[in-house]
Design a protein around this ligand. Sequence first.
Ligand code: SF4
Length: 267
Amino acid sequence: MSEHWEIYADWNPWHGCTKISPGCKYCYVYRQDEMYGSEIASSLCRKTANFNLPIKRKRDKSWKIESGKMVFTCFTSDFLLEDADPWRPECWEMMRLRSDLWFFFFTKRIDRFMQCVPDDWGDGYENVIVGCTAENQAMADYRLPIFRSLPIRHKAIIASPLLTAMDITPWLDETIEEVSVGGESGVDARPCDYDWVLSLREQCIAKDVPFRFHQTGAHFIKDGRMYRVRRCHQLSQAHKANIDYKIGRYLVPETVKLEWKEIDYHD
Ligand code: SF4
């Protein structure tokens, strides 16, 4: 998959997040902060030095993020986090200005969406893709009906970290451009059963919705047997399963190529 990375960029305007649902239990932001010995609590959301990355220019005045890229947005937090309410309007403005880029964010706070959008949102910005996360049936039952009702031009469902079998059939329709499924990573990862993945795939095929299996997770059950999958193989093993259906244009990693050590913060 390495060739894909050339068309992606990361933009983390803020860092840190509060846990909100079962999928957050082993949040990778907390894990990575701990790994790198961060002295600031992961729950403390703060702006990063890259807050205005989309409008930063190089010495020759060209954009730092080249035109046409898919920008993974806010992967070290949740874009709709309440703590970030004062900063988000500026981000929308940058997204509007950089209509030559795609911006893709996931959220576990889809119920805050309408109070977070700018006045000119209308039916949604053409260059913004929103992923609604659902990690178990309860979260699917709560979030996906809300997601379905929202004016968003490009929608994806992120079933990750997949913690149980799920029935998302009622919310699969032509407005969903991709369902992306993955297991949990990390030493404490809860297992992901391949049968759950295949079930979601069948649901997508039945509704002709693109499906992607993006990573196995660290503890993967297949045919009743548990496998430990090293981090470096979790994406490639999922890819090798070769079960994607009508793959959309998005690649959805759990963690994008974050330069964790290089993150620094504004006061
Ligand atoms: S919403 Fe996402 S970033 Fe925030 S705590 Fe949960 S998993 Fe972590």
